[in-house]
Design a protein around this ligand. Structure first.
Ligand SMILES: Nc1nc2c(c(=O)[nH]1)N[C@H]1C(S)=C(S)[C@@H](COP(=O)(O)O)O[C@H]1N2
Ligand SMILES: [Mo]
Length: 317
């Protein structure tokens, strides 16, 4: 995104023995989890998000990826983008401790019958929390398998009533220079706002996530509430959301404003549409050495391709 050099993951991402050990343990636990899932029992886990705040019993969603082991939290928590906290991959882990996630509320407005503001404590009670193990892919060419915790976006639609004009949904991240030192610098047009079409948002794979690896969301990954849409590039998943706005027309987003020729509105993972500065045909899973082929819609084509029937996804990229 903001990098100008090679988008590939640096040598420090090459798997270390401890990561292998963690992964082996994780695979063993996953095997237990898959067996337990059918009984509605949460899997036992040794790897945690290390926030120390367990979310307790979780139902394992049938939408979860079954054939790939989650990436160790160690990697997902230390390599990512959260530009409000700095431009480097380790800036979020280094600086996001400055974020105050309580009190926190989310305002829902725009094309809704009645605008409402919800406290995060109440949002957490909307629905039973599910574990959703999703493949994720960043437009820069790295990917991960992440056990998110959250609930379908559609739960929000039970609490607010969009008007007949609502066709798109914007997600606004917090932009507080006191907590987020880099929003003083205009390298992006703050606040970070991303958006999807309403039918994409209400697709059963789209979730509002409040945690990962069985625990409350780590600050660097977007506490206390973020969007996860697994068939799109990672930048669509706005972190630390304070406002959700329903709108009629396709809005400009933080990335279409900064570089419209590089970041289209749809941002579906499409190996056939190269980024202007690099190919999108393959990706490197964090912790792995060899690249793997990128799949259309990040492997979720069967579930989501219908949303784009009749659209030319080379133009609507
Ligand atoms: N507010 C905000 N949300 C954001 C970003 C950001 O810089 N600010 N970066 C995006 C990008 S480019 C990616 S790849 C993911 C990375 O975070 P994750 O590894 O926790 O999914 O967050 C997305 N959400
Ligand atoms: Mo990204």
């Amino acid at each position: 995104m903001l990098i100008r050099q090679s988008p590939s993951v640096s040598a420090s991402e090459i798997t270390t023995p401890s990561v292998y050990a963690a992964r082996r343990d994780f695979i063993r636990n996953m095997a237990v989890g898959i067996g337990a899932a059918g009984l509605g029992i949460a899997p036992a886990r040794e790897i945690r998000a290390e926030t120390g705040n367990s979310l307790g019993h979780l139902t394992v969603s049938p939408f979860s990826t079954r054939d790939e082991a989650p990436t160790p939290f160690k990697l997902v928590g230390s390599y990512g983008n959260f530009y409000e906290f700095g431009p480097d991959k380790d800036s979020p882990e280094k600086n996001a401790h400055r974020l105050r996630t309580s009190p926190w509320s989310v305002t829902v407005d725009g094309e809704v019958k009645t605008a409402k503001t919800f406290a995060i404590e109440d949002i957490l009670k909307w629905a039973p929390l599910e574990e959703r193990i999703y493949r994720m892919r960043c437009v820069e060419g790295w990917s991960a398998v992440v056990p998110w915790v959250g609930f379908p976006f559609s739960e929000l639609l039970k609490r607010v009533e969009p008007t007949g004009n609502a066709r798109f949904v914007e997600f606004w991240s917090l932009a507080d220079p006191e907590q987020m030192p880099y929003v003083r610098f205009p390298f992006l047009d703050w606040p970070y706002v991303e958006a999807v079409r309403l039918d994409e948002a209400r697709h059963p794979l789209s979730i509002l996530a409040v945690g990962m690896y069985g625990e409350v969301m780590p600050k660097q990954n977007g506490a206390p509430l973020r969007l996860v849409v697994p068939w799109k590039y990672g930048f669509k998943g706005a972190k630390s959301i304070v406002r959700i706005r329903f709108v009629e027309k396709q809005p400009a987003t933080v990335w279409t404003k900064s570089s419209p020729e590089e970041y289209g509105f749809y941002s579906n993972v499409n190996p056939d549409v190269p980024h202007k500065r690099w190919s999108q045909s393959s990706e490197r899973r964090l912790g792995e050495f060899f690249k793997r082929k990128t799949l259309p819609f990040n492997g979720y084509a069967e579930q989501v391709a219908d949303l784009y029937a009749g659209m030319d996804l080379r133009i609507n990229f």
